[in-house]
Design a protein around this ligand. Structure first.
Ligand code: FE2
Ligand code: FE2
Length: 187
């Protein structure tokens, strides 16, 4: 049995024990839906927005709707935001948040392991993004034709980030929020 992110199309059913009692539609009105949980989900929204911006900026560069300087400035700024914040977020989840959840309810440890494995997988995609992005920017100063070719690869990477985030964040929330609500945590 594998829980690899590319093979999932939702939270595996064996981890949905609590989700059945706490479906997503009911979270906003639940008395245990604490501010801190909403902030955590807000961070997820921000990551998705940044992923969409990176794709849009790269597409605009490819369509010749951004100058080299404009593109360089934006992709550098938003790219750093996403990479740094996501690394911090994952580190905190792996080392503080998930252990706290496991201590409260150890029925979902395999699910939490699945999410940690996602984080490792995401690190590889983010490294790719950083490498291809830097190469694109360097080439844009040296050889525009090659820079556009490299930007095509960058687009594949930013789209991979978006696909990854959509799956990982949805599954993570579906696993974690019911545990928090059930055990009245983080209130
Ligand atoms: Fe995560
Ligand atoms: Fe997260």
């Amino acid at each position: 049995m594998t829980y690899a992110i590319h093979e999932r199309d939702g939270l595996p059913v064996e981890f949905q024990t609590l989700l059945a009692d706490y479906p997503r539609e009911a979270w906003p009105d639940h008395p245990n839906f604490a501010q801190s949980i909403q902030h955590w989900m807000g961070a997820h929204q921000m990551f998705k927005r940044l992923g969409a911006i990176l794709t849009k900026e790269t597409q605009m560069f490819l369509d010749r709707n951004r100058s080299v300087d404009e593109f360089g400035g934006r992709i550098g700024f938003y790219g750093n935001q996403l990479v740094n914040n996501l690394h911090g977020h994952h580190h905190w989840e792996d080392h503080e948040y998930f252990p706290e959840l496991s201590a409260a309810d150890n029925r979902f440890d395999v699910g939490l392991d699945m999410l940690e494995t996602d984080h490792t997988e995401m690190d590889k995609i983010l490294d790719d993004f950083t490498n291809v992005g830097n190469r694109t920017l360097k080439l844009s100063q040296l050889d525009p034709a090659l820079a556009y070719e490299e930007a095509g690869k960058l687009l594949t990477t930013t789209q991979a980030i978006e696909t990854f985030l959509a799956r990982h964040l949805a599954d993570e929330e579906d696993l974690v929020v019911p545990i928090l609500l059930h055990h009245k945590m983080r209130g």
